[in-house]
Design a protein around this ligand. Structure first.
Ligand SMILES: *[C@@H]1O[C@H](CO)[C@@H](O)[C@H](O)[C@H]1NC(C)=O
Ligand SMILES: *[C@@H]1O[C@H](CO)[C@@H](O)[C@H](O)[C@H]1NC(C)=O
Ligand SMILES: *[C@@H]1O[C@H](CO)[C@@H](O)[C@H](O)[C@H]1NC(C)=O
Ligand SMILES: *[C@@H]1O[C@H](CO)[C@@H](O)[C@H](O)[C@H]1NC(C)=O
Length: 374
């Protein structure tokens, strides 16, 4: 008898709690009607977010999200912040852009960016195809460095800087900012490339032999890391150390993702990934967050491999192009600083015209070589 009574009480209590939760949720949804949850159907975190994020009081110029301390969970910061530097017109003025390249770059890599712009990122070489670039940056502590970046932005108009400290463990914010910026300002790109600033893409070969990228939907092509194959590093003396309470009890990453050196994405996917980020708790391993966790929240994403058209060793790619010219199989390779001109020279060595017959090939002039920002 006593046992049954206890059981009934327990049932009643559970129902009351469940009902209370349900009512609170509805009330809460009504209180924040303008937060868009429609795109977040595929995961449960969006509701959590509605509970936790408070809109900034109006009088502040730069909205900053505050969080009620209900748990330690945080979300990518850039979702709720404006840009410190924005260049909205990178993709505008034309119907379409063949490829937008978003670059994770370190603020002080001025010279590297100049070399990239002057060689493989210069769109004039690829007509009638076109390439645009956006360099993604975070905040810097040094005001002189900041002034230089603003000057660089004024000259090249290809810098986007967000309100987060530019640091290794903030790269996820950089990537989400890239998704956000493309969603807002570059939907006319036929496909997207995310690269680190030591990557080099042979766009001649890409447009000739991989133009199928333009037709793809919900598609990612990269150096793929299959679900369950990569260990989560728990040793606390490692650079890649992950806290025990993140992906708790898991030994390996639970979704297929990419090494972020170079990743091609179909443009349709980018807004979906951005909207998924709004409700996906921050995780600092950017390659997994951007190319594994977020895609896992969108139904039907395909990850395709990039090998054998990728190498991570400069001498290998350089020698390959020296020996085989345009027959070299590498489309993506590393090249940084002085290697950039060497690689470019090797890539255009046997190219006088494309399959379209109208590529415009040249070496950066000596003047451009010595051009300085400061
Ligand atoms: C791109 O190439 C064109 C034509 O050679 C040149 O005029 C222009 O200065 C180059 N742009 C950059 C940023 O180097
Ligand atoms: C990331 O950026 C935020 C916002 O500027 C800052 O509070 C945080 O300390 C940064 N994290 C790291 C690891 O630098
Ligand atoms: C790092 O891990 C070791 C053992 O795994 C532990 O003894 C040590 O206290 C940890 N250090 C920190 C700073 O957490
Ligand atoms: C990629 O590599 C494979 C194998 O070497 C080669 O057959 C193919 O042509 C390459 N693709 C491109 C676009 O270079």
């Amino acid at each position: 008898m006593a046992k049954e009574n206890l059981y009934l009480k327990f049932l009643l209590l559970t129902s009351v709690v469940a009902l209370a939760c349900f009512i609170l949720t509805i009330v809460n949804d009504l209180r924040y009607p303008n937060i868009d949850v429609q795109h977040n159907k595929h995961h449960i975190n969006s509701r959590l977010m509605l509970w936790k994020i408070d809109k900034e009081p109006r009088e502040h110029h730069h909205p900053v999200y505050k969080r009620k301390i209900l748990s330690k969970t945080t979300y990518p910061i850039v979702v709720s912040r404006p840009y410190k530097i924005n260049n909205k017109d990178i993709c505008s003025g034309v119907d379409k852009v063949s490829c937008i390249v978003m670059v994770h770059t370190a603020p002080k890599h001025f010279e590297r960016r100049i070399r990239m712009r002057a060689t493989w990122l210069n769109s004039t070489h690829y007509s009638p195809e076109s390439v645009r670039v956006v360099f993604l940056l975070g905040l810097v502590a040094d005001p002189i460095l900041q002034t230089k970046l603003e000057y660089e932005s004024k000259i090249y108009k290809d810098i986007v800087q967000g309100y987060f400290i530019d640091s290794y463990r903030n790269l996820t914010n950089k990537g989400v900012m890239g998704y956000k910026w493309i969603t807002e300002h570059c939907r006319n790109a036929e496909f997207v490339a995310k690269i680190d600033d030591d990557a080099f893409i042979n766009f001649f070969k890409l447009f000739e032999e991989m133009s199928y990228l333009k037709e793809k939907k919900k598609y990612i092509k990269c150096n793929k890391i299959s679900k369950g194959s990569m260990k989560i590093i728990r040793e606390n003396d490692s650079k890649w150390f992950v806290q025990n309470d993140e992906f708790k009890d898991m030994k390996r990453y639970p979704h297929t993702y990419c090494s972020g050196f170079t990743v091609f994405l179909s443009t349709d996917l980018v807004p979906m990934l951005y909207h998924a980020a709004i409700g996906s708790p921050f995780f600092w391993v950017d390659d997994f967050y951007l190319f594994g966790l977020l895609p896992s929240k969108v139904q039907g994403v395909i990850h395709d491999g990039l090998r054998p058209n990728l190498t991570l060793r400069f001498p290998e790619s350089f020698n390959c192009y020296q020996e085989q010219g345009r027959k070299c199989q590498y489309v993506v390779m590393p090249a940084k600083d002085k290697e950039i001109y060497r690689m470019w020279t090797a890539v255009i060595r046997d190219r006088t015209q494309s399959i379209y017959g109208n590529y415009y090939m040249n070496l950066p002039s000596n003047k451009e070589n010595v051009r300085r920002l400061y």
